[in-house]
Design a protein around this ligand. Structure first.
Ligand code: ATP
Ligand code: MG
Length: 281
């Protein structure tokens, strides 16, 4: 497949981690020469990025460097001014059914139960009723919410709502899941629990994931590879492999010998790329 072959020669010449390791046929993301302007300013300028299928990439960078813009372009929710994005070899011109998006603000249907928030998108994508129910229950069990399937979003805490959002995105079994600071609005303890749950969900479903975060710890905990963006214009300033095996837990990552050096390297890059940003979470 053409886009997988790009793995050996991404535009920026960096080593690609994990390219082609999986037997799956889809789910890679190839961004090539991407530009996005708002008015006269280039928010994203000449960005090349290849994400191999099943790879978990975290994107960090100072506020305003274009992380959300990049994700929205991948999701087909923002236009691409120049360059291309291909997902599983298909050019992105609008939202693709094989791509799920999780935002900070949940995006749940308030008038539907927890169960239906997860099951109905499956039904809408053509999954038979029994299979949709099985998958929804399975995903809700993985995030510890199978007992509250008949409740409504308004009855849930922020952490629980985000669990439903994760379960919904991953139960669809998209080829790619794009997450924009999904845990930024929850408290620190809930955030670590959600990270553990996402690690478990991801090891179950193994989608290609691009996860934007301001937290260096979160990035190292979750990712196979951390992309550091710089600002003005938005561009990639570092591309770092996380040499920590799976399965992982938050605790095992923190204990790993690579953890502190990785953390320092990312911090140095962020300091160098801008004084405007920094770690918020
Ligand atoms: N719709 C828009 N119209 C005009 N400018 C925009 C629009 N969306 C984003 N921008 C600008 O593009 C730049 C990048 O925004 P973006 O939201 O992608 O940054 P970010 O890296 O996600 O920041 P944060 O970490 O604060 O979420 C910012 O300067 C922002 O003001
Ligand atoms: Mg953003």
């Amino acid at each position: 497949m053409a886009s997988v072959e790009m793995a050996s020669a991404p535009g920026d010449g960096r080593r690609v981690v994990g390219a082609g390791e999986s037997g799956r046929s889809g789910g890679d993301i190839a961004c090539s020469g991407l530009y996005k302007w708002y008015g006269d300013s280039a928010v994203v300028a000449g960005l090349d990025l290849y994400v191999a299928q099943n790879q978990f990439v975290c994107v960090v960078g100072p506020s305003g460097c274009g992380k959300t813009t990049l994700l929205r372009m991948m999701a087909g929710l923002a236009s691409i001014d120049s360059g291309t994005i291909a997902i599983s070899g298909r050019q992105v011109n609008g939202p693709l059914p094989s791509v799920a998006v999780v935002f900070q603000h949940y995006g749940l249907f308030p008038w539907k139960t927890v169960f239906n928030n997860v099951a109905l998108p499956l039904r809408a994508s053509g999954v038979a009723k029994g299979e949709a129910a099985r998958r929804a229950n399975d995903a809700l069990t993985l995030v510890g919410l199978n007992d509250i399937g008949d409740q409504y979003p308004a009855q849930l805490s922020g952490g629980m709502k985000q669990r439903v959002g994760l379960a919904r995105a991953l139960a669809i079994q998209p080829e790619v899941v794009l997450l924009d600071e999904p845990f930024a609005a929850v408290d620190a303890q809930t955030r670590e629990i959600l990270q553990e749950e996402l690690l478990a969900l991801w090891s179950r479903y193994q989608q290609t994931a691009v996860f934007v975060t301001h937290s260096i710890d979160e990035a190292i905990t979750l990712a196979d590879r951390v992309i550091v963006m710089g600002t003005k214009p938005g561009r990639i300033v570092d591309d770092i492999e996380v040499p920590i095996g799976r399965p992982r837990s938050v605790a095992s990552v923190r204990r790993h010998e690579s953890y502190t050096p990785l953390r320092e390297r990312i911090w140095d890059q962020l300091r160098g790329s801008s004084t405007a940003g920094g770690e918020r979470g």
